[in-house]
Design a protein around this ligand. Sequence first.
Ligand SMILES: N[C@@H](CCC(=O)N[C@@H](CS)C(=O)NCC(=O)O)C(=O)O
Length: 225
Amino acid sequence: MIDFYTWPTPNGWKVAIALEEMGLPYAVHPVDIGTGAQKAPDYLAVNPNGRIPAIVDPEGPDGAPIAVWESGAILQYLARKTGRFGGSTERMRIGVDCWLHWQMGGVGPMAGQAHHFLKYAPDPIPYAQDRYVAETARLYGVLDRQLAGRAFVAGEEYTIADMAIWPWASLWEGQRHDLDATPHMARWLEEVGERPAVRAGRALLAERRRDPTSKPNEHLHPSRR
Ligand SMILES: N[C@@H](CCC(=O)N[C@@H](CS)C(=O)NCC(=O)O)C(=O)O
């Protein structure tokens, strides 16, 4: 049983989706980031960076427990552990790595800043809002071109790269993205969003989510809701 430390946010959803997709048993430990629980000493012993998500696998590679943090590292760890969703060929695995790192270094931080300046900053700063909305839209343009003619981000296989990107991309509306401009991304959002494991991961602790207007089908184009 893997111990899963999380909160219902995009970075937490990535790991929830992966655990569900891989059929790994897990125990959920809610870490309420609204109250600062992620900075408590007992949690810092698991994740020294003081953020969610993190896991502790009692059966690490040498049989001893191991803590894994940073959502991308967790996805890679779980893919290696199970031999699933990491790419079936070396060529596919390299593509998975490219898109996973693209998410970790690009979409996550940029969309995160867009959320911050659009929804949470105490005073509106138009320059910051425009900068992060535009950069997020640019990244979604890259994603859209990649998905034109491919079922999934790294090719014809659904992988941890899709699991990493989908949670952030699913919140496109709150990032003021024009989904009509990226139809391939819209198609992929819908198809991935229909997977039972994605629905289950997305629903984990949903009742605790900070934004009460957040809906399970918010990834869809409004005409499809
Ligand atoms: N790069 C980290 C980012 C983790 C992260 O920023 N988590 C947010 C929630 S989505 C968090 O814990 N925020 C609380 C804080 O910043 O104190 C990862 O992918 O795991």
